[in-house]
Design a protein around this ligand. Structure first.
Ligand code: OAD
Length: 234
């Protein structure tokens, strides 16, 4: 015992109780904003100022937002579990790292990072981006974009994630609706590799029937309780 390799997929539901809006809930971001305008390469090509405005607003909204008890429980799991724990997050916020998680993969990119379309370099970014922002690496103006994966783009680190899923003994999916691939397909990949699969979410997700075990409730309640139990059982 103690060698179990745990892979945890997280989504917007994990950060909801920190005050970060989800995407597909009743008051979610995609109920108010057309994703084709702000989260596709075509939308950025058509109206880059609109896209910058959307992400600048989201970046600013993060001031004062703190990790919640669910982020803290996952960081504790990594610290206290004798085996390997990896968090693969679809969230672009910085709340996992804020809580102390170290083995972290941002598969949909990061709000606080910018990517230069001209030279491909990345830079930490806490300020607004605009059409005149200058790339600190190549000094070109106008090519900077948020380093966030948009619809139609390939999520980051997929090879590494597939290796982790293949080796996983336990796969947890937390706070995600299971609508967006490839992340929605991870449960099937983990199952095929022989992992035990568990969903923790406010309500059954799209792919809920694919999980061997399910726990429903708000993340700040169910995640700390699940981690407590896991650390006792392992
Ligand atoms: P969604 O908004 O699609 O789903 C959030 C899930 O969290 C839903 O199933 C909710 O029921 C659940 N939820 C809400 N509040 C919760 C709480 N307090 N505790 C636990 N669960 C809660 O968000 P994601 O699945 O993360 O991608 O969306 C996936 C991707 O779609 C995002 O990364 C983003 C989006 O478009 C891009 O922008 C490329």
């Amino acid at each position: 015992m103690g060698k179990e390799r745990i892979v945890i997929l997280t989504g917007a539901g994990l950060s909801a109780e920190s005050g970060v809006p989800t995407f597909r809930d009743k008051d979610g971001i995609w109920a108010k904003v057309d994703y084709r305008e702000v989260a596709t390469p075509e939308g950025f090509a058509r109206n880059p100022a609109r896209v910058h405005e959307f992400y600048n607003m989201r970046r600013r909204a993060h001031a004062g937002i703190r990790p919640n008890a669910a982020h803290a429980a996952l960081a504790r799991l990594e610290r206290e579990h004798a085996g390997e724990v990896w968090v693969v997050t679809q969230n672009v916020d910085a709340l996992h790292e804020g809580a102390g998680t170290q083995n972290l993969i941002h598969m949909h990119g990061q709000l606080f990072q910018a990517l230069c379309n001209a030279c491909g370099s990345r830079a930490p970014w806490a300020e607004d981006l605009s059409l005149t922002t200058v790339c600190p690496a190549c000094t070109n103006a106008g090519g900077m974009r948020p380093d966030v994966v948009w619809f139609g783009e390939m999520p980051y680190h997929m090879e590494r994630i597939r290796d982790l899923l293949e080796a996983a003994d336990l796969f947890l999916s937390i706070g995600t609706s299971g609508n967006v691939y490839p992340a929605a397909g991870f449960v099937a990949e983990a199952r095929a590799s022989g992992a035990h699969t568990v969903e923790l979410n406010l309500e059954p997700s799209e792919g809920c029937s694919l999980f061997a075990e399910s726990v429903y409730g708000p993340a700040t309640a169910v995640v700390p309780a699940y981690v407590d139990r896991l650390l006792k059982d392992l």
